[in-house]
Design a protein around this ligand. Structure first.
Ligand SMILES: *[C@@H]1O[C@H](CO)[C@@H](O)[C@H](O)[C@H]1NC(C)=O
Length: 278
């Protein structure tokens, strides 16, 4: 959820369409600003693009088991049967078939029971049960670890976000075609709260993690929602510690990106994995 101005939000919230159909509300779709295109299709064989009712990309997600997708609660309203998930995507201006992507239908959507969507998303995590429907090139899909404790990210410094979201500072514009990545500084929740406490006094609970550059310029944006914020440890293992959630605008100084803190939800995610992982 990345929005432009407070007045735009208020209007948008009041006239919010139900999320059941083809499109989630556009301000609920935080792309990568200030990043760079990923080298090729095989770099992140665990990142998913979600589409709804045959539309193009709407949100991102992360494979945490062969048949389980971690994404945002605000990407998850509506029916499972209207959703498609694809992995091994790169250029979303092409079709999944022409990219020989791995395609999935969605069997079940399990959104966190405490998820709320307004005025900003809270407890913004959802686990989807997938069924692979096509893998024409026998792509090898990977899964990644997720943070198990709330103090993840364990090491300070940069975190990486990836997605197909829009690329213009301030927000707006069209989706990226090729998957992009950006490395952003982690900031403390105290600093992040300060940025948003006048507008959203409860918008940055401990169960979020925030990332921003001091001068702005790097952020997730519309279309990145649901995708991963992650670090790679010394062993080269990816650990997903955030789910792209919301922020005001994109990459503007003083408006950090807010992510669901995956480690705060790990016991709930573990329970879904225990019940549904194939
Ligand atoms: C994709 O990019 C990565 C990272 O630059 C590189 O190591 C790999 O060889 C590339 N793979 C293909 C198939 O081009």
């Amino acid at each position: 959820m990345k929005f432009l101005t407070l007045s735009a939000i208020l209007i948008a919230v009041q006239s919010a369409p139900s999320f059941e159909d083809a499109e989630i509300a556009p301000w609920f779709k935080p792309s990568i600003v200030g990043g760079e295109p990923v080298a090729n299709q095989s770099v992140y064989p665990w990142v998913a693009s979600i589409s709804i009712s045959g539309s193009s990309h709407s949100c991102g997600g992360t494979l945490i088991a062969k048949n389980l997708l971690l994404t945002a609660g605000h990407c998850s309203a509506g029916s499972a049967s209207s959703r498609k998930v694809t992995v091994w995507r790169y250029d979303i201006s092409k079709t999944a078939a022409s990219e020989q992507a791995v395609q999935y239908s969605v069997e079940k959507i399990i959104t966190h029971p405490s998820y709320t969507g307004s005025p900003v998303p809270l407890n913004d995590v959802s686990v989807w049960v997938l069924k692979q429907t096509s893998n024409p090139a026998n792509r090898v899909v990977q899964t990644v670890n997720y943070a198990k404790t709330a103090d993840h990210p364990l090491f300070p410094g940069k975190v990486r976000a990836i997605g197909w979201g829009t690329t213009r500072q301030g927000g707006g514009g069209s989706l990226a075609t090729k998957l992009r990545q950006v490395d952003i500084n982690l900031i403390s929740n105290a600093e992040c709260k300060k940025s948003y406490e006048s507008q959203y006094p409860n918008g940055v609970p401990d169960s979020t993690v925030c990332a921003a550059e001091a001068e702005g310029g790097k952020d997730t944006c519309q279309g990145d929602s649901g995708g991963p914020l992650f670090q790679t440890n010394e062993a080269g293992e990816v650990v997903v510690s955030g789910v792209t959630s919301w922020g005001i605008g994109c990459a503007d100084k003083g408006n950090p990106g807010v992510y669901a803190r995956v480690g705060s939800f790990s016991s709930w995610i573990d329970a879904q994995v225990a019940q549904y992982a194939a």
